[in-house]
Design a binder for this molecule. Structure first.
Ligand SMILES: [Mn+2]
Length: 298
């Protein structure tokens, strides 16, 4: 249980859906989620749904429906100030129409509980997410379909139940071959990916902390990125080679919570300052099934 003071967001409070349902983390609202200190900001963090994925030729749609329903139930009980989805909403660049509908319904349901920010992962097509954003224009869903310069919408501010201002800094997946195209004014052509990310993150932080008051504000950084030292599952490692890993030191200490997507194994990262929420369901098929998870910071 976190005792996060006003002005901080802590990633201490975590759990699986089953652990929450069993009340292992304390008696919270409806007996399902932990109590929140009156002066804490709460962010529900989910990631890597991979809607449309098939495993050995089998659709996972029924599993997605069940897990999304469970997630919505937890969100209702947790009453977060913000819901962050850190990317790979879809498994493919051309999501099947029924998965597009599934995404619209799910995000609309979540947005009825708290504002939702969705950022693109490497599996997401910017065009598909742009269209999704159009379909959700009337809902409290902020879709970030591709990385942009800091001043073009990387930072957004949300009111919270405790009166703190929540400042969310969101960086969608930055493709290694498109760093120059997306951030040409900021990075050098011969720089390493990690060094380019350092500059991009620094520019985002400069925009976020310009008038930041730690007594009043809480800052959260969200991204679809491979952070160095992340533990990966046995498959698909070619996409997440350590050469392209981002140094956690790039995320300055004023961030109260770091919300990451991309690595499917749920885990604490960056010295415990952040987390990979992990994939909603098993998409990298392994012999030993792993439980789907999500996290929140209180
Ligand atoms: Mn993924």
């Amino acid at each position: 249980m976190s005792d996060a003071a006003h002005g901080t967001a802590s990633g201490d409070e975590t759990g699986t859906a089953s652990a929450v349902a069993a009340g292992r983390h304390g008696r919270g609202a409806q007996g399902r989620v932990p109590d929140r200190p009156a002066d804490a900001v709460r962010v529900l963090h989910t990631s890597d749904w991979h809607l449309g994925v098939t495993v050995r030729g089998e659709s996972r749609a029924a599993d997605h429906d069940a897990l999304i329903a469970e997630l919505c139930e937890i969100a209702r009980a947790a009453a977060p100030d913000l819901i962050v989805h850190t990317g790979d909403l879809f498994d493919g660049h051309r999501p099947p129409m029924h998965d597009f509908g599934r995404a619209i319904r799910a995000l609309r349901d979540l947005a009825a509980i708290a504002p939702v920010v969705l950022l693109a992962g490497n599996h997401d097509s910017p065009v598909a997410l742009d269209v999704l954003g159009v379909a959700l224009e009337d809902a409290a869903v902020h879709v970030l379909a591709k990385p942009v310069l800091a001043e073009a919408g990387a930072v957004s501010t949300f009111a919270t139940a405790c009166g703190a201002q929540l400042r969310l800094v969101a960086l969608p997946f930055v493709h290694q071959n498109r760093v120059i195209r997306d951030f040409g004014a900021l990075v050098e052509a011969n720089a390493t990916y990690n060094d380019s990310l350092r500059k991009i993150i620094a520019s985002y932080s400069a925009a976020a902390f310009g008038d930041f008051d730690p007594a009043r504000d809480v800052a959260v950084f969200a991204s679809h990125v491979h952070v160095r030292d992340a533990k990966t599952s046995s498959e698909k490692t070619i996409h997440i080679a350590e050469d392209y890993a981002t140094d956690p030191a790039h995320f300055e200490p004023r961030y109260g919570y770091l919300a990451f997507g991309h690595i499917h194994v749920p885990q604490a990262i960056a010295g415990g300052r952040g987390r990979y929420a992990g994939s909603l369901l098993e998409v990298d098929f392994e012999r030993k099934a792993r439980r789907s998870r999500w996290w929140w910071s209180t």
